[in-house]
Design a binder for this molecule. Structure first.
Ligand code: PRX
Length: 635
């Protein structure tokens, strides 16, 4: 447990940037209001969140703001009834936002589709009717394996509207991963697309679905709804596969919204942990809605004229909260882009900002580091002066990338909001506000209503400047309500450091209360902002017929933050099957890609006779990491 300055850490960052006077004057939360927000949250934690809940519409108000009588199970707004889609969509149809743009979508080829709130509402209702006709109802799971296209947003909202639960499987995950998630969810319906475009290539998504469902449980995915995006050649299996457009043709543009208990599930989202099996985080209609709405309105300072460009795929939590629900709950306009960020040229994202006049740009450090390679002139021929706020999420941004983003994308004029949060937290937890003083590389302070601390393994706060475990001391509305089918794993978040939620990260806090994230404390890799458990990669490697044992560690990477290195104990026959170790290694890399998907990048493979293990059989990854740092074999 590190309790001192991490060896080799860069010197403490001392630069501080102040917001422009106009930013302060125009902010939704002005300095005096922020002071008051912190005061209220400290004096009356549930009261603070009750005020946030009152900004939304409810069909029935809560009996209590928070039921914390059975920790670590927390129920926000018990007794209250609503549906997030009522607030995200239905209510806009009765107010001025009705004819405002909700969604601007750009395909990789430059094709563009726009939806007003009214148009989105009607499309969602049609799909909601179609799903109901397929027998989907309250509490049923609907699996979404979708690319970034408008129908993806429609499918999320239509599922939620009828009280069903969306289980998104990011389209970069492989067939096996999809099968496991569909089985686990017991999803009767899967919504997907024929394919999509990325990096100039047509990706045949439906072929992956067919492969994934080939060995799925017989009672799941009885219907597969296929959006025709590319018109590519796909295999439609009768009677299972139905075209989305055929299905919607007969449906009414009106559909009733199911009124949900606040704690009823809205979605499951798979994410990686320290075991070989991903966990499905569960979020609810009531608490998640309050968290997403409040943080988007206050942190992203959303105004009626804003055009928010969230580069995250809708299939990740960032896409869920700040690409779909947060923007729609606040009546904002959001941009969704289908393709590769550097295609067909490096300034594709600035071109999108310029074309639609985006005012907020929310990206990942990996993306920012990719753009940084194009140097100080970037993005010289694009007018991106409409931007007023920049955001980052998913991995440590670091002072260098922060400064580049601030200067070259923000013209030294836009606050950089480095937001720290997780799939589990559902909403941003640590972040500067637009009016905050900014320190490059820091994620700012805990937001009002968020109790964050840095502690040692006994839960004692460590002094400023020292690193420790980042924990959350009080429940918050956007929090996960559970892990699907695994109460013990849910409870484990509160057990490592008794009584507080341990996020899995190491951090330090400075004298001013600013947090500096140092990375994961557990065996979870962060490859280009994607969370990947070393145990999952090890399990994938061990499923190869010539692998007897495997261990995986992270290696630092200039662009992706981290990549995986595998240590493999081969079974004796491997030499008969491969010309040499390089051929074996490249097959292993391809195998992991097939098993888990292209997001898992195994950079290097080392063959070993054995792996360092504890007496109880646990892999000593620490020993492998030390060996790697020393540049050779130590054991
Ligand atoms: O390690 C932290 C890192 O991403 C993890 C959460 O991953 P995920 O659930 O996939 O959600 C990512 C998007 C919300 C955290 O435990 N992380 C997230 N945001 C930051 C970060 N690391 C440093 N700085 C951040 N701003």
């Amino acid at each position: 447990m590190p309790t001192t300055e991490t060896p080799g850490a860069p010197p403490a960052e001392e630069r501080v940037f102040r917001p422009a006077p106009s930013t302060v004057i125009e902010a939704n939360v002005k300095p005096a209001e922020l002071v008051e927000a912190y005061r209220l949250a400290a004096a009356d934690h549930p009261g603070y969140w009750e005020q946030a809940a009152l900004e939304l519409e409810w069909h029935r108000k809560w009996d209590a703001v928070l039921d914390d009588s059975r920790p670590p199970v927390y129920r926000w707004f018990p007794g209250a009834r609503t549906n997030i889609v009522h607030n995200a969509l239905d209510r806009h149809v009765h107010i001025w936002t009705k004819n405002k743009l909700a969604l601007i979508w750009e395909g990789e080829a430059g094709d563009c589709r726009k939806f007003t709130y009214f148009e989105l509402y009607r499309e969602v209702n049609r799909l909601a009717g179609a799903l109901r006709a397929l027998g989907v109802g309250r509490g049923d799971r609907v699996c979404l394996y979708m690319p970034p296209i408008p129908e993806t947003v429609v499918a999320m909202l239509a599922t939620a509207k009828i009280g069903a639960v969306h289980v998104f499987v990011f389209a970069g995950y492989a067939a096996k991963f999809l099968r496991e998630r569909v089985n686990e969810a017991g999803a009767k319906v899967l919504v997907t697309a024929d394919g999509f475009y990325r990096g100039g290539k047509l990706i045949n998504l439906k072929a992956v679905v067919d492969e994934g469902l080939a060995d799925a449980r017989p009672d799941v995915a009885e219907t597969v709804v296929v959006v025709r995006r590319t018109g590519g050649d796909i295999d439609m299996q009768e009677p299972r596969d139905l075209y989305y457009h055929d299905l919607l043709r007969q449906e009414s543009p009106e559909a009733a919204t199911e009124i949900m208990e606040a704690g009823e599930p809205l979605f499951w989202l798979p994410t990686s942990g320290t075991t070989g099996k991903p966990k499905s985080v569960v979020h609810s209609h009531g608490g998640y809605m309050v968290g997403a709405h409040h943080t988007f309105r206050t942190v992203f300072d959303i105004k009626p004229t804003d055009i928010h460009f969230c580069t995250a795929d809708p299939g990740w939590i960032t896409g869920h909260t700040y690409g779909v629900y947060g923007p729609l709950l606040t009546g904002a306009t959001v941009i969704l882009y289908e393709g590769h960020p550097l295609y067909p040229q490096a300034d594709r994202l600035p071109a999108i900002i310029e074309r639609y006049g985006a005012t907020i740009f929310y990206a990942t450090p990996t993306l920012i580091r990719m753009l940084m390679r194009y140097g100080p002139q970037y993005p010289k021929n694009r007018d991106i002066s409409t931007l007023r706020l920049l955001g980052s999420v998913g991995e440590p941004l670091g002072p260098d990338a922060w400064m580049w983003l601030y200067k070259h994308i923000g013209r030294s004029n836009c606050p950089v909001l480095d937001t720290w949060w997780q799939t589990e937290t559902g909403m941003a937890m640590l972040s500067p506000m637009p009016i905050s003083l900014l320190k490059p590389g820091s994620v700012g302070k805990a937001l009002p209503g968020v109790a964050a601390d840095v502690v040692d393994e006994d839960g004692r706060p460590v002094p400023p400047g020292q690193s420790g475990f980042l924990v959350l001391g009080k429940p918050w509305p956007g929090m996960l309500t559970g892990l699907a089918g695994d109460d013990a794993a849910y409870a484990a978040y509160w057990e490592k450091i008794p009584g507080v939620y341990f996020a899995g990260d190491l951090a330090r806090r400075d004298e001013d209360g600013y947090f500096w994230i140092q990375g994961r404390a557990d065996d979870v890799l962060n490859i280009a902002g994607h969370r990947i458990g070393t145990a999952e990669v090890e399990a994938a490697l061990c499923s190869h017929r010539f692998v007897a044992d495997a261990a995986v560690i992270g290696l630092p990477d200039k662009i992706k933050g981290e990549v995986a290195k595998a240590f493999v104990v081969p079974s004796p026959q491997w030499q008969e099957a491969y010309a040499d170790a390089d051929a074996f290694a490249s097959d292993l890399r391809a195998h992991v890609r097939r098993e888990l998907g292209p997001i898992v990048i195994v950079r290097a493979v080392a063959l070993r006779e054995s792996l360092p293990r504890t007496h109880s059989g646990k892999i000593l990854r620490r020993v492998l990491r030390e060996e790697e740092e020393a540049g050779g074999k130590l054991f």
